[in-house]
Design a protein around this ligand. Structure first.
Ligand SMILES: Nc1ncnc2c1ncn2[C@@H]1O[C@H](COP(=O)(O)OP(=O)(O)O)[C@@H](O)[C@H]1O
Ligand SMILES: [Mg+2]
Length: 267
């Protein structure tokens, strides 16, 4: 297990990780069902195999990181918002068997709407300040939560399918980010269901979005089964080709394997 900065033994540096910057990865896609939570949960577990990491479910109304990771959280995001401010939010996270710390979304939309976006990001910012890699799973659409996640991200994973609505929505999201003067240089395109053979290839998606895919994830029953069983493939079958692509991408996120940025996940 690799540890990050602020560890007394400096093992992060020994393992070649930049000790000063724990990545904050926002996983976004304007469309629901494109695979954000599948990607977030698999990537988060892959990161946790390398270093202490956190996943925060910012799909506050209908978040399903809880199910993707089969968690029974004692505290959720709204509980941390309500908690005594002297309490360390890191001590209120739930721990997955992989070692990943998990902050689940509120239990229902009513509970979610009782907290303010600003208060929720107050908690998120305190967790980010602990300087561990953080994955922010988001909901479809553009909301104050997804914009807040984009604002804080040092890397954005934009998940896009090989269907026209998904690509068009992806273009609109990138245009919106441009209009908001957001930096697009740290956006990684992930083409999900890359081998779906529904008329658009990965190259077509790349051309339409004017962006090269960093990772292409094929349609694979193990990913859907992993979501249903609450056991991501990066945990249950880490040597499978699908899981291996996520593990290589985790190396890239941590700066461990820069060569992984050349679409090695493609099949
Ligand atoms: N590459 C894939 N292969 C097979 N099933 C997938 C793949 N990507 C996503 N799925 C399935 O599609 C459904 C929606 O994915 P999900 O990650 O929940 O999307 P989102 O979070 O964007 O709404 C889930 O049941 C998931 O298991
Ligand atoms: Mg989701």
């Amino acid at each position: 297990m690799i540890t990050f900065r602020s560890r007394s033994d400096d093992s992060a540096e020994r393992h070649g990780i930049n000790p000063s910057e724990a990545p904050v990865v926002a996983v976004v896609s304007p469309k629901g069902g494109n695979g954000k939570t599948t990607v977030s949960s698999n990537l988060a577990v892959a990161l946790a195999h390398r270093t202490d990491s956190v996943i925060i479910d910012l799909d506050v109304h209908f978040g399903d990181v809880q199910y993707a990771l089969r968690m029974c959280p004692v505290h959720r995001l709204d509980d941390l918002v309500d908690a005594d401010s002297r309490r360390d939010p890191m001590s209120m996270l739930s721990t997955h068997p992989s070692g990943l710390d998990v902050l689940c979304a509120p239990s229902d939309p009513v509970a979610a709407d009782r907290m303010s976006v600003g208060d929720a990001f107050g908690v998120v910012d305190r967790i980010i300040a602990a300087n561990r890699p953080v994955i922010l799973d988001t909901a479809g659409g553009i909301s104050n939560y997804s914009l807040g996640a984009l604002d804080r991200a040092t890397r954005v994973v934009m998940v896009c399918g090989t269907d026209v609505p998904s690509v068009q929505a992806g273009r609109k999201l990138l245009d919106t980010m441009r209009r908001l003067d957001m930096d697009l240089s740290h956006v990684d395109l992930l083409v999900n269901r890359s081998d779906a053979c529904v008329g658009l290839s990965v190259d077509d998606v790349e051309t339409a979005l004017d962006c090269q895919a960093v990772l292409a994830v094929p349609e694979h029953s193990s990913l859907a089964a992993g979501m249903n069983s609450g056991s991501p493939v990066t945990e249950s079958s880490p040597r499978s080709s699908v899981a291996a692509a996520f593990h290589r991408y985790a190396d890239l996120v941590l700066g461990l394997d820069l060569a992984a940025g050349t679409r090695r996940g493609r099949r």
